[in-house]
Design a protein around this ligand. Structure first.
Ligand code: HEC
Length: 506
């Protein structure tokens, strides 16, 4: 009866369009299932565009969530307020729900295969997503099917049941999805792969290794300054994985796989700041809580060299820590690799300049960080402002300068004081009379100064008192009397005045 009424109604046009949707929707549904079954299983090297599409999953997924939930809310309210289940409204919402669920499912799938996710959580999320997509398509198909028979399809209990089940699947999927959240570079990283050249390209996440890309980077920024080939404090090298498995001076092995409590590396890190053996030593930036957690986890689980990051990202006990660390570590990795590149360029430039100016410039292995030291060839020549000006672009890279016996005067100190990272200056046996010492009054690094055998004017020696970080002064064979030096010593007990000629360079 209803049926004949319906057929007789002037709405036949709409009935036809409903019939079309009744065909299109099952087709959509089938293609979703077939699509997900026969899609490529890996996007590695396939297409940055699809990888990028995958990265939009976190954005797209909000549309089906809102639409599918809203449909359920409207259908429920519609029982009391029919305007909420006006067929056009329900129809529109359902179709949009299907299309956006489709979009989110495919984007999610691209993300899934391009990031090589593994683990139960991600599989549950994937199946939940497919279930939600299939659910909303079925619900919609059923709605259009019912709509042919009754104008109140939105009140049909099977339809309402399907819709609520779909919402259940949706809630489950979103909940699991929430625990799979991602780092900051999520959208920009594949963009930088599409438009390379702007910065050092980041490795895709699925290729990252726990040791090489994370732990080594952490050690590089916090420990390697003192534990490298040039400077091996405590006889411990930390530049490679193999070296970590050895003992330093103490005889205790730095890294014992499976045993974080006995691994000297962690033992030292956990010591109180006041302890002399604590690493890194007092005053140096220490490891953060997250960094310690990650290193501990890694050692506990065998400290494997080739362990991929994805494995940790799928372990809920460490994933949040790693997620929080990754963006910072990748930034540090970029900074370190840019610094290394810059350092190599500077080293090459300085090598040429050293030849041209006939001086020696080499890496300062004593300094913390990447610095150079400059000293004279023998026999020393005139070294004036003209030479210094040529070096000026590289001033920040000098930590130690020795102009001993060269033809230098206080004028040159003006430029030398511009070397902001200079820690050691050897100007013994030069023409310096001390009138240029005030140039160092704002210098924040100079610790060692050798002014032995200079025609130092006694009145100028007081300028030394205003060099803030000064710790060692070699002063011998100058016109300055011993009692003046002793007086200076009482003003600046933190400076040691050595009454000896002192080293030529260091
Ligand atoms: C400023 C320089 C400096 C930095 C930075 C530094 N260390 Fe050290 N480290 C030393 C010195 C000096 C020693 C030797 C003296 C001692 O044993 O305390 C040492 C010794 C060690 C030893 C013991 C070696 C042995 O067997 O005797 C370990 C392990 C160690 N460091 C780990 C670390 C770790 C891990 C970091 C980074 C978190 C770090 N160090 C950062 C200077 C440094």
């Amino acid at each position: 009866m209803t049926r004949s009424n319906f057929n007789d109604s002037p709405n036949t046009g709409k009935t036809k369009s409903s019939g079309i949707w009744g065909i299109i929707l099952p087709l959509l549904l089938a293609s979703l299932i077939l699509g997900l079954t026969f899609l490529p299983t890996s996007l590695r090297d396939v297409s940055s565009v699809l990888v990028l599409a995958g990265r939009f999953h976190p954005l797209i997924l909000h549309f089906p969530i809102v639409i599918i939930m809203l449909t359920a809310v409207f259908v429920v309210i519609g029982r009391y307020q029919p305007v909420f289940i006006h067929p056009l409204l329900v129809q529109g919402l359902l179709i949009m729900g299907c299309l956006t669920a489709f979009g989110a499912a495919f984007a999610g799938y691209f993300l899934f295969i391009s990031e090589n996710y593994t683990g139960d959580t991600v599989y549950n999320h994937l199946y939940g997503g497919i279930l939600t997509g299939v659910g909303i398509c079925l619900t919609t198909t059923y709605y259009f099917y019912q709509k042919q028979n009754t104008p109140h399809a939105a009140k049909n209990p099977v339809f309402v049941g399907l819709l609520l089940l779909t919402n259940g699947a949706l809630a489950y999927t979103s909940h699991i999805g929430g625990s799979l959240t991602h780092g900051q570079d999520f959208l920009t990283e594949p963009l930088s792969r599409l438009f390379p050249g702007s910065e050092v390209p980041l490795k895709p996440r699925e290729e990252l290794l726990v040791y090489e890309d994370v732990i080594h980077t952490i050690l590089d920024s916090k420990c390697l300054n003192c534990h490298n080939d040039n400077k091996t404090k405590g006889d411990l090298l930390m530049t490679t994985h193999d070296q970590l498995l050895k003992a330093g001076k103490s005889g205790k092995i730095a890294l014992i796989p499976g045993n974080p409590l006995e691994s000297e590396l962690l033992v030292r890190v956990h010591l109180p700041v006041s302890d002399d053996e604590r690493m890194p030593p007092e005053g140096k930036p220490g490891l953060s809580e997250e960094e310690i957690q990650l290193i501990t986890y890694w050692i506990e689980n065998g400290a494997e060299k080739e362990l991929p990051i994805m494995q940790l990202l799928n372990d809920p006990t460490i994933a949040p820590t790693l997620q929080a660390l990754l963006p910072k570590v990748q930034q540090a990795q970029q900074r370190l690799s840019l610094e290394k590149e810059a350092f190599e360029e500077v080293a090459a430039d300085l090598e040429k300049l050293a030849l041209k100016l006939s001086v020696q410039i080499e890496q300062d292995t004593e300094a913390e960080g990447s610095f150079f030291r400059l000293r004279m060839n023998f026999p020393p020549k005139r070294f004036s402002n003209a030479e210094l000006l040529e070096l000026e672009p590289y001033f920040p890279y000098f930590s130690s300068v020795s102009l001993a016996s060269a033809d230098v005067s206080d004028d040159e100190l003006f430029f030398i004081a511009k070397m902001a990272n200079l820690q050691k200056l050897f100007v013994q046996k030069t023409r310096i009379d001390g009138s240029g010492l005030p140039y160092f009054h704002t210098h924040q690094k100079l610790e060692t100064l050798n002014i032995s055998f200079t025609p130092l004017v006694p009145g100028n020696i007081f300028h030394l008192l205003d060099i803030p970080q000064l710790k060692e002064v070699y002063i011998f064979g100058t016109p300055v009397k011993l009692d003046i030096i002793e007086a200076l010593q009482t003003y600046r007990p933190d400076i040691t005045f050595h009454i000896e000629e002192g080293p030529l360079f260091q």
